[in-house]
Every structure is written in C-alpha cells, then in structure tokens.
Design a protein. Sequence first.
Length: 432
Amino acid sequence: MSMHNDYNHLTHIKSHDELDLYKLIPNVVWIFDLDQHGWWWGNSAALEFWNLDSLDELIAKDLADDTQGARDRTQQTFELAAKNGLTIDPWTTYPNGKPKTLHMMHRAVLVGPDRHRAIIAYINEEVNLGETPENLLLVEAMRYTTVLITSFNLDGAPVVENPAATEAYKSINAHKLPTGLTAFAARFADPSEGEACFKRALAEKGGRWSYLMKTEAGLRSHTLDIRMTRHPLNGDTLLLVAEYDVTPLHEALDTARKAQDELRRMAHYDALTGLPSLHLLQETSAFLLSQAERNKQKVAVLFIDLDGFKAVNDTWGHDAGDDVLKEVARRLQLCLRDSDQVARIGGDEFVVLIAEVKDKTSAENVAKKIIASLSQPIDMDCLDEDTQAQIGASIGIAFYPDHGKDMKDILKAADQSMYQVKKTGKASFHFA
C-alpha cells in the first residue's frame, strides 16, 4: 500500500477508464504495479510486445520467478521517478523467453482505489541483443532507430548523426548559422537554452533534460540523453546526444489534465448559471462554519425556492425557464456582499450563505432584498416578442450554530422553514 506522504504529489490513476488517451499512443506503454508486483495496464502495443491477446492476460502474467534483484531495481526506478519526475535507462526483458534490451522512460504514479505505487513505462527504442557483433549492432541501431542520435565535438559542431537526426534538422543543417551560434544550440526553440544546456552537459559530463526543439515537424518536446564519449578513430572527446520525442506523451498528459480540470469544474459549478453547485457549497461551507465558530459568529443560510417557475416552463418551454434561472442567478449575486455565497442546488432551488451575521435582522434584510429583486418582471431572450415572466421567491432561514453544527442539518432546517412559506402564501420568508 502506498499511503505515504512522500507520494502525495504523484498523479493518482483511479481506474482503467482514465487511460483512453494512452490507447492512442503507438509506442509500447504499460503500467506496472509495485505493490502487486504485476502489470496493472498496457496498451495494444504492449500486448503485441508480450505476444498476448488481452489485457487480462497481461495482468495475470506470472512473475513469481522474478529475482529479488529485479524487484529491487523496480523499486529503485519508482523512487527515482517519484523524486525526479522521469527516469530513462536500459532494461532487459524476455518476451517469449528471448532477451530484448530496451531504452525505457518511467514516470511514477499511484493506481487503483488503494493507491498502489506504480510506474508508467514508455518504450521509445528497442535494441535486440543477439549474437550480432557489437560494432555492427551499434551501427544498425543508430541507422534504423527513430531516436535522433548526434555526436558533437566540444565546439558544438556535429561529427556524425543518424538518418533520423538528419531528417529532423535538415533545414537548420542547410543554412549557414549566424556568427556565434553553434549547431548544437541552433536546434533549440530557444538557442540561449541550447547554449546553457551545452555548457551544463560539459560541466556535468552528461545528463538528461527536456527541451522544446525546432524540427522539420515543428516545435517538439524532446528529452535529451547526453553522454560523454570518444571518437572511435582519433580518440577526441565528444558529446553523444540521443533525443526522444515525448511530444505525444506530453500532449496526452496535457489533454488528460484538461479533461480532469473540466470534470472538476462540472462537479463544482452549475453549467447553466455558472453558480457554485451544492457539492462546492458543502466544501467551502466547512471553512466558513469553522471560521464562524472561532470568531463566535453566526452564519445565516437562506433556502430559496422560486414561486411560479413551473408555470414559465409549462407556458413557454424550457428555454424560457433557462433564461429565468440565469437572470435569477445574476440578481441573487447583486443582492449579496463579496463575502457571501450563493449556489444553485437543483431545479429552481438556490441557497445563500451570509457570513458574520449579527442578528436576525441582518438575514431578514437580505431576504427582503432578494424577494423584491426576484419579483421584478424578467425578460426572456429566447422569445421574439417582448414577453416577460413574473415569478417570486419563498425563503426559509436557518442559522449556524442555532439550527445545526454542519451544513446538512442547517440546510434541512432552512428547507423546512421554506415549506412553511409555501403553505402560507409564498413570496415571503420564515425563520426556522
């Protein structure tokens, strides 16, 4: 179980339903659950990699024979990814019993309802190690991999690059560079960042960083894995740079974050009026009530139910009803101070929270102001003719702490008071 404060900053993927965007990524992506020591999810490319037909087969894959060393390596990768945000290193796996050495990128996350520790593995490059002589293997890997590989001398000029790098930067290579700009820095969207990266790589003898790069495909997010190496013929010191295009991953993660933000907004705000929802009201009210308790103050809760709203819907339809609700929301906000809160809790029901109430008179004045405002005719924009709706408001008023210690009890008391108004003529207010 991962109930640990050190991991609270990690993204929590609650279920497979949140991973639809990952299915669009053509490269191998899988999620490994450390606490279960088994796969939690994989995309179609991952199933193909392991020669499996279904996700269930991947999840059920038996890893009982894994050594403690393998488990420790996974643990170490998770901890590094949790700390640094991303790890990139070679791993050897054994699909169908045959070894494959992979360059894998890992991010640390929490998964499932129990928040298990897990790593998302992204495989950008596959190098099959067999009995091929090492020199041929490296040449073939460099020629055919889609990873951009370039070696630079200590002046920032390219010595040799693979076809993928040549294609990505052919426009830059074809033009004479401005005086003082190195070929290394020219590839960066911000050349000054490129110069700083080059100096840092020399000073630290390599490293791994992400930058926005200026490629033939446009601006792309690349993770640069930089290592010091030697020229095989003359022994000069070189910088070997491998660039991994992580743009699709960044875009998928950004889209997922935006979708989560939109879902959060939908849960907290009413789509029609833009007012806070009951859910958000209950969240914020906890702070408001605790503040009132500390300061020995009251909080008034006004439960508002519109009078005559059903007739608007029945006579002119729901579009007219929507116009009325939006205008009601606008008028309610105009009746309140900045420190007060208003929410639509469903249908034609609204709740107002008035902070720092000194006595009943304060709440009564707000209720009278709301009733007067909502009794004014409302223009309905959805109708061509100059048609106006006439509604009113019945308001029940309850107080913290007089009628409850939490919002649920106070709302219930205010709701019951509102029904007293409905029974006795509407367009008025009643105290709990």
